[in-house]
Design a protein around this ligand. Structure first.
Ligand SMILES: [Zn+2]
Length: 209
């Protein structure tokens, strides 16, 4: 499933190419010091097993970088500027909730690892809740075809597993199978909602609008 909001993508940490991005907040007088500290921070996170990106490009402002990495869906942003260094912290922002926190510099690797796990769990729960909210279950042909005349969101229905049946459903309703649960949900005690033959598994159908 694709996650996102007005600011762009939201990638679950497990599949995100970069799980966290380190953005140095530089000013002319402290630039070299901050860049070096941000580099060390990124190395430390990398050593702790995270997929890290250090955005030390000189030609873009921090604000521009924040927007870009949000758009790309990187789950966790870490900012390091002179004020953070002075306080001995790193400023962290979660992509999924936009929650901002200041984390002690010495604890950042452990915190980032734990927080990425938490983001993964929270996003999965949110996706499951959204799916449940937008899914209607039917177990017979009449209800299935009637429901698909409207705009039902996802329709969970018993299916025989046949390609020609799937093609028939698509031709009649415009709906296709969007996904099958990784562990097939047995529907062998039902008839297929598409062709009334013997069903094998529950499938999720939806129309493209
Ligand atoms: Zn069928």
């Amino acid at each position: 499933m694709v996650h996102g909001d007005d600011a762009g993508l939201k990638l679950p940490p497990r599949v995100a190419p970069a799980q966290t991005v380190v953005i140095p907040i530089t000013f002319e007088d402290t630039k070299e010091d901050i860049l070096s500290k941000a580099g060390k921070l990124a190395e430390e996170l990398d050593a702790a097993g995270l997929r890290v990106k250090l955005d030390d490009r000189d030609e873009y402002t921090p604000g521009w970088k924040f927007n870009e990495w949000e758009l790309r869906g990187v789950p966790l942003r870490l900012e390091l500027g002179p004020q953070d260094v002075e306080k001995g912290v790193v400023t962290a922002v979660r992509r999924d909730t936009r929650e901002k926190a200041q984390i002690r510099r010495s604890e950042i690797a452990a915190w980032a690892n734990a927080t990425l796990d938490k983001i993964q769990g929270d996003m999965l729960a949110a996706a499951a809740a959204l799916l449940a909210e937008n899914t209607k279950t039917v177990d017979n042909c009449d209800d299935f075809y009637l429901l698909l005349e409207g705009r039902p969101g996802f329709v969970r229905a018993p299916w025989c597993g046949g390609t020609s049946c799937e093609d028939h459903i698509a031709a009649e309703t415009g709906a296709t199978i969007r996904f099958l649960p990784l562990e097939a949900e047995d529907a062998s005690d039902h008839s297929c909602a598409g062709c009334a033959g013997k069903a094998k598994m529950w499938a999720y159908f939806a129309k493209a609008y």
